[in-house]
Structure formats: structure tokens, C-alpha cells
Design a protein around this ligand. Sequence first.
Ligand code: NDP
Length: 256
Amino acid sequence: MLIPDLTKETYNLILYVWIGIAIITFIALLNITAPYGRHTKKSWGPQISNRLGWIIMELPVLVVLWYFVASSIDRQTPITWCMIGLFSFHYINRIFIFPFRLRTKGKKMPLAITGSAVLFNLMNGFGLGYYFYAFADYPASWWYDPRFITGIILFVAGVVINWKSDTYLIGLRKPNETHYVMPSSPLFKYVSCPNLAGELLEWFGYALLCWNLPAWTFFIWTAANLVPRALSHHRWYKARFGEYPKERKAIIPYLI
Ligand code: NDP
């Protein structure tokens, strides 16, 4: 298969540049709200269906990751299989289940958003995939390492919070409805976006359990996307619902 032969130095340099782009993106997203979901806008050019947009946006990361994994089956160990499995588990939901659960009748997203997310996900797939293909080298004792154990616990907690809150939000509408309701479940007591908070926790746990540069890079990118998105959602809720709870933060209880 066609895979470049990168030295660890070159590979790391690519990821450091990618982290630099994440920081620039974070600053940009604090000022420009990405126009999809409740923030969708027609002024961003051609649009596609929201559901299809989600599938196209998220599919590349799994395809690229598995391209590298399929090229290095012999190199993988039970520990790397566990890491690859956890990542794939999240994205199987995000690509093949989540878009079909959305009550998103008639909603569209700009192709520009889909396209930029595809690039983002191609790069993330490369970062992790190439690492498992070329560099991953964990001792068998990694199963008992406190970073691995804590990371797994946080990852699972993040998945549960993310799924439960996405499920609650999706259930606020009946099929074919398009309106918004003020969330009042206990999950939303401290933050407006427990689903985004859960996802952030999940990838923090993943970076901890993998303890490698691409997983931390992925976490930094996730934060660069999710923190500004949560702030935009939070501002939107406060503007829309006059009686919005004052103590509720955007994504991190008591802080942000
Ligand atoms: P939202 O919370 O905006 O929306 C989730 C779903 O619930 C949508 O179908 C939305 O409808 C609906 N919904 C949300 N709030 C309400 C409400 N108050 N009343 C009625 N329906 C509501 O989530 P995001 O679009 O921001 O994110 C969706 C998922 O994708 C999350 O799990 C998030 O963690 C993940 N994500 C991951 C990113 C990453 O970089 N890893 C980036 C962005 C999201 P509608 O679409 O019509 O608004």
C-alpha cells in the first residue's frame, strides 16, 4: 500500500504544526460560530442535508485510521487493539448511528463546513493511524499503568455523559418537529452542553490512556472545536430563553 516512510522527527513536526493550527482555529472559532446545527446559515454557500453532512464529515477519520491499521496488522498488540477499538467504537456511533437518530427534518449544513471537517478528520486519522502503523510500542505492563486505568475510567464516563445527553436532547423533539426546548434534566444543572463536556472528557481520557502525541493532539483539537461551540450554544440559550438559569455554565461546571 502507498504509505510514506516518515522518520519520528518528521512525523512529530507535522503534529506540532497541526497543534499550532488548532490554536489558531480555537481563536477564530471564539469569534466566528461554525454554522451548523442551531447556528446553521444560508450565507455560507451551497448546503447539504444535515444527516448526510454528519456522515460525510466523520467517515474519513475511520477510513484513514483503518487504512494504516490494515497495513500493519502484524505490528498490533492487544493494547494497541484496545486503543484502536475504543476510537472506532466512538466513531461507529458518530457515523452510523448518531446521524440516523437526529430529528433533523429539513435542516441543512453548509458544504464549506462539511469540507473543512473532512480535512480535519483526514488529518486526525493520519495522526493516530500512522502512530499505530509505525511507532506504537507499549510494554505489556501498560494495562496496569495508572495513566491507562484512569484514562479508561474517564473515557467510559465521557461516553456515558455524551450519549445520555445527546439522547436527552434528541428526545426533546418528536419526529418531524424542529423547535427548541430549554433543557431541564439534571444533566444540564451545571452546564448548557453536557454532551460536549462528555466528549471532551472522553478524549481527555483517551489521550491519558494512549499517552502519545497524536492522542494529545486530537484532544487539543477537540477542545479547540468544542469549547467555542459550547460558548456559542450557551450564548444562544441565554438569548433565546429569558429565564435561563444564571448559575449554569457552558461546558465546565463552575468555570466556563
Ligand atoms: P447539539 O447539542 O447542538 O445538538 C444535538 C442534537 O439535539 C441535534 O439534533 C439538535 O438539533 C438537538 N437539540 C439540541 N438542543 C436542543 C434543544 N434545546 N431542543 C431541541 N433539540 C435540541 O450538539 P452539536 O451539534 O453541537 O453536537 C452533536 C454531537 O457531536 C455531540 O455529541 C458533540 O459532542 C459532537 N461533536 C463533536 C465535535 C468534535 O470536534 N469532536 C464537534 C462538534 C460536535 P439541531 O441540529 O436542529 O440543532
